[in-house]
Structure formats: structure tokens, C-alpha cells
Design a protein around this ligand. Structure first.
Ligand code: SF4
Length: 504
């Protein structure tokens, strides 16, 4: 058979709502399209196995950038790391490689890019692995259009337009290359300008937003970003109610009965890519939609009574939807920090027949945890440890991470006063811009007092984040003040070693 659309994906495909590709596939099928999937092609022959699609190839590296997947923060090939169970094969710069294979074998086929790698490389970006600026990925891949962020609405509109032989101009949430621009686009500094000036690169970075039409001149053409479409509770309820088999690969068995309650994050941590890809607002599913999914799960032949996780990027941001203005929610007095909506959901979910436990394994944002939520969390929903990600303890480093909102010591006291047998586990980061050896020693002394320091990672400059802008420019992009950046690999390693020495 000839499929309407063929997805080429740099990760294992599984038909589960935790997989973005599975949601797109099921959603397109619901709308009458036939979908073929080629997962992790290793050679150019692999991408010809399903023939040519009637409409287009949709290419994605999956939920992680291929360079982050293949290299450690110190640029060591992950597959050479004997401590890692790493047997996946995805080429470096997977999207460009897959697109070139398609172009070579199906010259006139249309190519649509999506996923994290495409999203974060949609403008000029600093590439840590090349240690230089690269042009938007549409130029290197010669694809026809790029869909950024969530993509259900975009991909359906793209499919409909191609089917009806309409052009691809102006689709919300996409980027294209154009020879001209109209005056409803905000102009970023050009490729040449940002290549010649670190200050201009900061100016460019400060303009990145998903809420506006933005253009950037590259040589004699422009990359045009059309602002993102609005996703609502109703949309999410529709997507998560699609008919997934819920089968998962071996390594995800512990997540088979996980449920996504919401999308997005209001935290705006500078090292995180969510803001540049998905914006800074929460969209939650309705309580009914989540309860219905749990009821469906209880009928699954493998279900033994445990919901593996109920969460999102931060579990306790469920219900924090607000769109009254464009300011930063995390700093807003009007933000509803009660966790009441989440408590209501959890109380109803616990009563569902067949459910023995509902675990929260997604991390929680500790500065947004109300007393009532913390009590119920500890009593009913923590398997053994509650994950939090303070990332650091030094005020200056935290400020540069935009993570200086909470009081970690107070939170630990609040948790300990509950006298629960459960524990906290911590995630920390070293070698972030602004973080020196002294700061790491300070963090190390702090860690000595606690068990369960789950993870200490060295900062990786992924494309398009604010922290990566700091790394490339040595400047704070907002103030343009100089900041210390540990570039030297031996220092990065040393920072990690100092902290790890005190991990119990
Ligand atoms: S009012 Fe506050 S919580 Fe609501 S959108 Fe504005 S900043 Fe966010």
C-alpha cells in the first residue's frame, strides 16, 4: 500500500500517549490519513522500505536532539561509556542525514520536520559540538517546512493543505524559508550580524518567542516563524483519548501505566528548552479526561493496580493554567499555588475501582508545593523518594539559572516534619555559566548532609536556551554584563568530581 504520510523517527516507536509520534499518528489516522513509520533507519536503503508517501515524509529525531543523545556533556561518545547501557544507533544530526537520504531517493517528495532537534534549531543557533553558530536547520536539511513545539494542529493543517494542493504559507506553529517578508514579522538580527557580534546574538536570543511572527535573514533569504497555535484543555482531552495500544518497549515497562496530566512549564529555567519550544504556560487536561484514562487502564490485561506516574514536566503544575497576561507566571502573586485542582484530581483518582496506588514519579517543583498537597503526596503517592531539582545552592548560580525562587532548607524541614519513611532525592547541576570551583565545593559540603543525591550533571549547552546564550557569549543576555563560564573540560570534570565525592 502507498501511505499518505511516512514518519522517519530517530527513536523506537511505541503506541503510547507518552510518545509524541504515537499521538500524531493516531490523530492523523482519526482524521482519515494512513501513516507508515520507519524507526531508527541505519542506512539510506532503510528509508525506502515503505516506498514514497502520497503526501510527505515527516522527519524527527524524536524526543531528544541526536547530538545530546550521542555525546556526553564533555563530548565523549556515549556508546564508548562502559557504564551506559547504550545500544541505540542514531546518526549525528539525524534530521539532516535522514532528509538527505529522502532527497536522494525521492527527489520531488515533500519533507516536513518536527520534534526537539528541529524545534531548537529553527533559528540561527550555537552548536556546542561544532563550537560555532549554525544556520537554521531548514537551510541544512532542504526540507519544505518545519513544525515546532506541539505539532498536532500543525501536522493536520499541513496534511490537509498538501492534499488539497494549497501552499504552506502562514500555518501557525511552523517555519518556512521565504525570499521576502511582510511587515507583520518581528525582525531578528541577521545570520551575519549575530556571527560578528556576541551582543547581537544576545539581542537575537531575547527576541525568541513562540507567541509572535518572527523573521531572520540568512544570506539573501529569510526563515519565517509563524506564531504558535493555541492548544486548549479540550484539544488535550481529545489527543489523550485516542485509541493507543499502550504497548511499551522493555526499558519503559515501569512507565506503561503513566498518565500525562498537563503540558508545559511555567518555571522558565534558563538551561531548559521548554520555553523556546513550547512557551511558558500550562495546559491541563480536564479531571474527567484523566479519570477516564485511569478507568480504561484498569481494564488492561497487564494492570496490577499501580498507576506508575501522574504528571508532566513538573507534577504539581497541574491546574496552574492562566492566560490573563504575558508576564512570567512563576513570579506572579496571582498564580494559584494552592494545588487544589491537583488535590481534587488525586482524591477522585484514588477512589477508582481497581486502583491500589497512584505514584508520582515526575519531579515536583518544590517552591510550588502547598502544605496540604505535601501531606497527601507523602501519605499516598511517593513510592520511595520524592524527586526535586534544586540544581544548585549558590544564590548567584541559581539566579543565572533563573532558579532562585524557593528556600530549599525550609522545604527540607517541612518534608522532614512529616515524619514519613519516604525520602527526598535531589538533582543538581555543575559547570553552568556562573558556576566556579568554589561554588561546587559549597554544593559538595551541602550534599554531604543528605542521602539520595540522585543525579549530578554537567551543564550541556543545548541549542536555543538562555544558558547556552550565556555559554556562547560569556554575557548575561538581559544585562549584557560579563559572566564567568567554565569552558575548560578539566574544570568541568573537576566540578563534578568535587560534588560526587560527597554523594552517599
Ligand atoms: S496573571 Fe499571573 S499567573 Fe496569570 S498569566 Fe499573568 S503572570 Fe501568569
Amino acid at each position: 500500500m502507498q501511505y499518505d504520510i511516512i514518519f522517519i523517527v530517530g527513536e523506537v516507536f511505541f503506541d503510547h500517549p507518552l510518545s509524541g509520534i504515537a499521538i500524531l499518528k493516531r490523530y492523523l489516522e482519526k482524521n482519515g490519513y494512513t501513516i507508515g513509520i520507519i524507526e531508527m533507519p541505519k542506512t539510506e536503503d532503510d528509508i525506502t522500505q515503505l516506498g514514497k508517501p502520497k503526501l510527505f515524509f515527516a522527519i524527527s529525531s524524536g524526543s531528544i536532539d541526536s547530538m545530546v543523545r550521542n555525546y556526553t556533556p564533555l563530548k565523549k561518545l556515549r556508546k564508548l561509556d562502559k557504564n551506559l547501557d547504550y545500544n541505540e544507533e542514531v546518526p549525528n544530526r539525524a534530521i539532516i542525514v535522514y532528509s538527505n537520504w529522502v532527497r536522494k531517493n525521492f527527489k520531488d517528495s515533500l519533507i516536513v520536520l518536527g520534534g526537539v532537534e528541529a524545534t531548537l534549531r529553527r533559528f540561527v543557533h550555537y552548536d556546542y559540538w561544532d563550537n560555532k553558530l549554525r544556520k537554521p536547520i531548514l537551510f541544512d536539511s532542504r526540507a519544505n517546512i518545519l513544525s515546532y513545539g506541539y505539532s498536532e494542529k500543525q501536522i493536520l493543517e499541513i496534511a490537509n493543505r498538501i492534499k488539497n494542493k494549497q501552499d504552506l504559507f502562514g500555518i501557525f506553529g511552523t517555519c518556512i524559508i521565504s525570499n521576502e517578508i511582510s511587515n507583520d514579522f518581528k525582525l531578528m538580527p541577521t545570520f551575519d550580524e549575530v556571527n560578528n557580534s556576541k551582543e547581537k546574538f544576545c539581542d537575537m536570543h531575547n527576541l525568541i518567542s513562540i507567541n509572535e511572527n518572527i523573521a531572520q535573514k540568512i544570506d539573501n533569504r529569510y526563515v519565517l516563524q509563524f506564531k504558535a497555535p493555541i492548544y486548549t484543555t479540550k484539544d488535550l482531552d481529545e489527543y489523550y483519548a485516542l485509541d493507543f495500544s499502550r504497548d511499551v518497549p522493555k526499558n519503559l515497562r515501569g512507565f506503561q501505566f503513566s498518565i500525562v496530566t498537563h503540558r508545559g512549564c511555567i518555571g522558565e529555567c534558563n538551561f531548559c528548552s521548554i520555553k523556546a519550544s513550547l512557551g511558558n504556560r500550562i495546559v491541563s487536561r480536564s479531571i474527567d479526561s484523566i479519570l477516564n484514562e485511569i478507568k480504561q487502564i484498569t481494564k488492561h490485561h497487564f494492570f496490577k493496580g499501580n498507576i506508575d506516574d501522574l504528571g508532566g514536566p513538573s507534577a504539581n503544575m497541574y491546574g496552574m493554567d492562566c492566560n490573563k497576561c504575558s508576564n512570567s507566571c512563576i513570579d506572579c502573586k496571582n498564580l494559584d499555588r494552592s494545588n487544589n485542582q491537583l488535590l481534587k484530581l488525586l482524591r477522585l483518582a484514588r477512589k477508582i475501582n481497581g486502583v491500589k496506588n497512584i505514584f508520582i514519579r515526575s519531579g515536583v517543583r518544590y517552591d510550588l508545593v502547598s502544605d496540604e498537597y505535601l501531606k497527601e503526596l507523602a501519605k499516598y503517592h511517593i513510592y520511595d523518594t520524592l524527586k526535586i531539582a534544586p540544581e544548585h545552592i549558590d544564590k548567584n548560580v541559581l539566579k543565572l539559572m533563573n532558579k532562585d525562587k524557593g528556600d530549599l532548607k525550609k522545604f527540607i524541614d517541612r518534608f522532614n516534619k512529616l515524619n514519613t519513611k519516604k525520602k527526598l532525592s535531589f538533582y543538581f547541576m555543575v559547570a553552568h555559566p556562573g558556576c566556579n570551583l568554589q561554588n561546587s565545593k559549597e554544593l559538595s559540603r551541602f550534599i554531604k548532609k543528605f542521602e539520595n543525591c540522585e543525579f549530578v550533571q554537567v551543564f550541556t549547552p543545548t541549542p536555543l536556551t538562555t544558558s547556552t546564550c550565556m555559554y556562547y557569549t560569556s554575557l548575561d543576555p538581559k544585562t549584557k554584563k560579563k559572566i564567568y563560564v567554565p569552558y575548560n573540560y578539566s574544570e568541568k570534570k573537576e566540578q563534578k568530581r568535587i560534588v560526587m565525592d560527597n554523594v552517599k
